[in-house]
Write a protein that binds this ligand. Structure first.
Ligand code: CNA
Length: 246
């Protein structure tokens, strides 16, 4: 099937569906200058091992290493801008085609692009919390203390260690994951974008949808189950999809 016919089929599935959602991963944000994990050559996985450096064990056993490995990279997400892929999904929601976006990303770019219903499965970098008293603070508090050499940063009220509200490896899944699983009940069509579908339990969510379409540069374990697979740039595909949906 040629490219335009695949776009038309995606558009048709979205038009026909009553409960349509998108599931996104790091690949939708690479065009915003944020490296993903697994793209060959540019993926973070080739430089660091997030399972080791961004884990609860790393935070507990060697908090200074944890903060030096991760904090500045997370802090930089604040200045990133949404690209045409994020903007296209926000438009599809605004036009009433999409009921919301379920994302594995922590970069907040869907909200910056104007998406209203967003479920963040792996947390975010707007806030942080005290690992002792659970008080919530702005993420900037981590950055300020880090830059002043207070590593690990501490809670101003109880002096417990602060931690980001990013879901680390070994953390339990947040409420947003269970909400997303619930809203996907009866989902007619799930548009999967920019994810290798290898990180569980997020990667189990496509099983909840009746039909799926996949937009991803590399192949995924769900390709054989999808109605449409488009191995092209997410920004381009999603913009073309908006054009195909008046
Ligand atoms: P991943 O495993 O790195 O997969 C990303 C996929 O996107 C790959 O299969 C790529 O082929 C594909 N891809 C890359 N660029 C494009 C593009 N322009 N168009 C289409 N496809 C593209 O990342 P996942 O999201 O699947 O893995 C889940 C992890 C990555 C989550 O825990 C995230 O928190 C984590 N992560 C998030 C960010 C972010 O917030 N932007 C960045 C890096 C990692």
């Amino acid at each position: 099937m040629n490219y335009q016919r695949k776009i038309n089929l995606l558009a048709q599935r979205i038009k026909d569906g009553k409960r349509v959602f998108a599931l996104t991963g790091a690949g939708i944000s690479t065009a915003s200058g944020i490296p993903d994990y697994r793209s060959p050559g540019t993926g973070l996985w080739e430089k660091i091992n997030p399972e080791k450096s961004a884990s609860v064990t790393a935070l507990r056993q060697n908090p200074e290493y944890f903060y030096r490995q991760n904090l500045l990279r997370w802090a930089q997400l604040e200045s990133a801008n949404p690209n045409e892929g994020h903007i296209a999904l926000a438009k599809l929601e605004e036009k009433g085609y999409l009921m919301g976006v379920i994302t594995q990303n922590i970069d907040g770019l869907h909200q910056k692009a104007g998406s209203k219903k967003v479920w963040e499965l792996h947390g975010e970098v707007r806030t942080c919390r005290c690992s002792q008293c659970q008080e919530q603070y702005q993420f900037g508090m981590l950055v300020d203390q880090f830059q002043r050499g207070v590593i690990p940063p501490v809670c101003p009220s109880c002096q417990g260690m602060l931690r980001p509200n990013v879901v680390l490896f070994e953390d339990p899944m947040p409420e947003a994951f269970y909400q997303a699983s619930q809203v996907l009940t009866g989902c007619d069509f799930l548009l999967v974008v920019g994810t290798s579908l290898q990180v569980y339990p997020a990667a189990s969510l496509p099983q909840k949808a009746r039909r799926i379409g996949i937009v991803n540069l590399m192949e995924t374990p769900y390709d054989s189950m999808a109605d449409v697979v488009i191995r092209e740039n997410a920004g381009q595909v999603l913009s073309d999809l908006v054009t195909a949906l008046p």
